[in-house]
Design a protein around this ligand. Structure first.
Ligand code: FAD
Ligand code: NAI
Length: 510
């Protein structure tokens, strides 16, 4: 009985602490304190982008030390891991967006934000060109901005490998607008397929949903789409039940090359059970308005061309450098050989430049382009900038004390000043000892549909643990909720999941 009582007290206690923490989170979000104004006499640090890398830097940097300016065409942070869930309405898009203004408003010294795209970086004259690309433009829609330090965190764009017809006919999955477009298209294909007198062949084409690219983006989207069909569409539009199909096309012999063999087999088997068609060793070569043309490598090594009629095509074949990054690379001889993005040194300084750093998907490093890498790089750069500011302050103090030492005639004062200088010099040496960036991989997680997820986890001294199935899905959910940016995001995501469990997904077309 004593143990039982203790257990209940512990549970109530934890619940109360949890609620208190939640309430405090909400209160803090809603009540930002007054900020110090920006100080233009300080060095201007410009941060490009409002994604994983830049926001993790902005969260940790002490903005009192710099005149910080952020430039991004997107005035919010996007929690990309849950973006595939937005394509089917499992999660509403606003639940995974966090306004950048809220993030910046909580910094001790205020940060200037310009909603704009940086179109050019001049690394020699240290000037940026920025353009307002939004619908509403004022008298000035393009201007320039000088910088002392620059952090480039502009991410990457979708690659099409120049395959004809992809850009014009496919949907992509990187931004909120992409997910909204896919959500609308799914329902449009379905309503058009059920239009009066539609031919059998046309109905089948319209209901064929093809995903190209068997990386995590393609796999997660295919899983979400099949869930939508099984849990909702089949019920509300029963006439499509026989013809609605999801296909996943991958050029390599298997999907998810970055996961362990065991998890690859588990995913492929789950997809087969879920009736998702997997076409591996199938490389898409051309796309037109209604058909995909692909080259299949047969088991005997010979190749065959196949045609796949489709209604919806989602293209997820990885990343390419953005135009602003390509333009900068072309101006720096040390970047001549780089193809994937800006090459950086161990301290994330862009090779061939001074005072310019790059992080996340726009940097070409030995790490995969993931949110995990971008976040750790952002945290590292925040430490670096905080350290640089401390170093500068210590150097100024030492110079001042040395001046005083020269000016005084008293041996006692000289001795006291020398001791103080030595203490500051020691602190300076300690501060300057910043290690190069080191990435700690915590593992990979992916949702594969039908309430199953896969996890390749790393812990301790590089030990690995693989896990799959429904328990892993619960882990996936709790991990991603805890990683959502704000208390508001966490609550909204949980409410979206509950809403879908209770009422199903909304099948209206926006
Ligand atoms: P981003 O987060 O893409 O941010 C780039 C920012 O730069 C944006 O704010 C953009 O608006 C801005 N920008 C673009 N052009 C300019 C310009 N010219 N000037 C100024 N600003 C500009 N990774 C994981 O680790 N785990 C996951 O589960 C996961 N799931 C994913 C799911 C999907 C659907 C996708 C697409 C990616 C996923 N990733 C995941 C990968 C992860 O999202 C990226 O690696 C991460 O976003 C990279 O961060 P970043 O800061 O470099 O770029
Ligand atoms: P990816 O680069 O991981 O995978 C793209 C796939 O497309 C490759 O397997 C490639 O072989 C295939 N492909 C390329 N051209 C093709 C063609 N013409 N025809 C058929 N297949 C073709 O890209 P993805 O999935 O967009 O991911 C990008 C980055 O984001 C990766 O680093 C990934 O790890 C990360 N990410 C991580 C997630 C997670 O951890 N859950 C989720 C989504 C993305």
């Amino acid at each position: 009985a004593q143990v039982g009582k203790f257990f209940w007290r512990l549970t109530y206690g934890s619940a109360l602490i949890g609620l208190g923490y939640l309430a405090y989170g909400i209160y803090e979000d809603r009540h930002p304190v007054d900020q110090k104004p920006p100080d233009p006499s300080k060095k201007t640090l410009v941060v490009l982008g409002s994604g994983w890398g830049s926001v993790s830097l902005l969260k940790k940097i002490d903005t009192e030390n710099y005149n910080v300016v952020v430039i991004s065409p997107r005035n919010f942070f996007l929690f990309t891991p849950l973006l595939p869930s937005c394509t089917t309405g499992t999660i509403e898009h606003r639940s995974i967006m966090e306004p950048l203004r809220n993030i910046l408003r909580h910094k001790t010294a205020s940060v200037t934000f310009y909603e704009a795209e940086c179109t050019k970086v001049d690394p020699v004259n240290r000037v940026l060109t920025l353009r307002d690309n939004s619908e509403i433009k004022g008298d000035i829609a393009e201007t320039s901005l000088p910088f002392d330090y620059l952090v480039i965190g502009v991410g990457a764009q979708n690659t099409t490998f120049g395959i004809p017809g992809v850009q014009e006919n496919a949907c992509f999955l990187k931004e909120i607008a992409d997910a909204q477009k896919i959500r609308t298209r799914i329902m449009d294909c379905i309503e058009t397929a059920t239009f009066k007198d539609q031919t059998d062949e046309e109905r089948k084409r319209l209901l064929h949903m093809v995903v190209v690219g068997g990386g995590p983006t393609g796999v997660e989207f295919a899983g979400e789409l099949q869930d939508f069909f099984e849990e909702d569409l089949r019920k509300w539009v029963p006439e499509i039940a026989d013809d609605f199909h999801v296909s996943l096309v991958e050029a390599l012999p298997n999907v998810l090359p970055m996961f362990s063999k065991q998890l690859i087999s588990y995913t492929e088997k789950t997809f087969k059970d879920e009736k998702i068609n997997i076409h591996t060793k199938t490389m898409v070569k051309k796309v037109d308005e209604k058909t995909i043309f692909a080259e299949v490598t047969k088991p005997d090594g010979t190749k065959d061309m196949i045609e796949m009629p489709y209604g919806l095509l989602v293209w997820a074949t990885g990343n390419a450098a953005r135009p602003v990054v390509r333009d900068l690379m072309s101006k720096i001889p040390a970047q001549a050989k780089s193809r994937r993005g800006l090459e950086v040194n161990d301290y994330l300084v862009v090779n061939g430049t001074e005072g310019i750093w790059a992080l996340g998907d726009c940097a070409a490093t030995k790490y995969a382009p993931t949110a995990q890498v971008a976040t750790q790089q952002g945290q590292y750069l925040a430490r670096l900038f905080n350290t640089m500011a401390k170093t500068q302050a210590l150097e100024e103090d030492i110079a001042h004390l040395e001046e005083l030492g020269h000016a005084t005639a008293s041996p006692d004062d000289k001795k006291a000043l020398a001791t103080e200088i030595e203490a500051k010099a020691k602190a300076l040496r300690r501060t300057k000892r910043l290690m190069p960036f080191q990435y700690t991989h915590q593992g990979s997680l992916a949702y594969i549909g039908s309430d199953k997820a896969i996890a390749d986890l790393t812990f301790g001294d590089g030990n690995n643990l693989t896990s799959s199935g429904q328990m892993t899905y619960l882990f996936w959910r709790s991990a991603y909720v805890s990683m959502c940016f704000s208390t508001r995001n966490k609550l909204l995501v949980i409410m979206d999941w509950l809403k879908v469990k209770m009422f199903g997904r909304d099948v209206s077309r926006e």
